[in-house]
Design a protein around this ligand. Structure first.
Ligand code: GLN
Length: 216
């Protein structure tokens, strides 16, 4: 059905090798999705989107190789399956990781820097305007939790910047990129799974539904 958006309950995966995958699972289920924990390539079958959680990006990258899921996952992404990476997941999505050769999916045309907010801000919260994400975000800001967070230093053509936040001592100007999207790839420096505000999870599920409505 060309152009039709599927109304069936979406079936999405959460990469469950390490990190905050249970929290994402709870949020996606609260949005009405069916959730599969993904650890091996076969578990990618039958899912329409995947969340890569926060955690430790070098560990998750090594496990993706060890469990032989890096390449199958890259192939699914290149075939159009939406993927949302939060924090460590965002790092793994990016093509370039500043000063690091660590394993990555390398799909998003962006340069990311790990632990980019400095020691004094190992963990902090900020209210972000996510208005570019649509009407659901217009009425109130999104409380964003940052934990040893990365930021995107540079995006290439084709990547939309959806949110920015300030680095310590840099409260002037437009701020640094903390949320970006390129087609079916979504990246957030912060952790929407920790706040009880389900709007970003719903936004991702809408991306998945849009993709399911398209001819493959
Ligand atoms: N600092 C971590 C890394 O580089 C990411 C932190 C997180 O996911 N909360 O992998």
């Amino acid at each position: 059905m060309v152009g039709a958006v599927s109304t069936a309950r979406p079936r999405v995966g959460v990469l469950a090798l390490q990190g905050a995958f249970r929290e994402h699972r709870r949020c996606l289920e609260a949005c009405g999705a069916e959730v599969v924990e993904v650890r091996v390539p076969a578990e990618l079958d039958g899912i329409a989107g995947l969340v890569i959680p926060g955690g430790e990006s070098t560990t998750i990258g090594k496990l993706l190789l060890e469990w032989k899921i890096m390449e199958p996952l890259r192939e699914r992404a290149l075939a159009g399956m939406p993927i949302w990476g939060t924090c460590a997941g965002m790092i793994l999505l990016c093509k370039t990781i500043a000063d690091s050769e660590q394993p990555r999916l390398g799909l998003l045309d962006a340069t990311v820097r790990r632990n980019a907010f400095g020691r004094q801000r190992e963990s902090f919260e900020a209210d972000l305007s996510l208005a570019p994400c649509g009407p659901a975000f217009a009425a109130s800001p999104f409380r964003a939790v940052f934990i040893r967070a990365p930021l995107i230093e540079r995006v290439e053509t084709g990547v939309s910047v959806l949110a920015r936040a300030y680095k310590p001592g840099e409260e002037e100007g437009e701020g640094r990129i903390v949320m970006a999207r390129q087609g079916g790839l979504l990246a957030t420096s912060f952790h929407p799974e920790l706040t009880g505000d389900l709007r970003v999870h719903q936004y991702f599920l809408d991306m998945v539904a849009e993709r399911q409505g398209q001819p493959s």
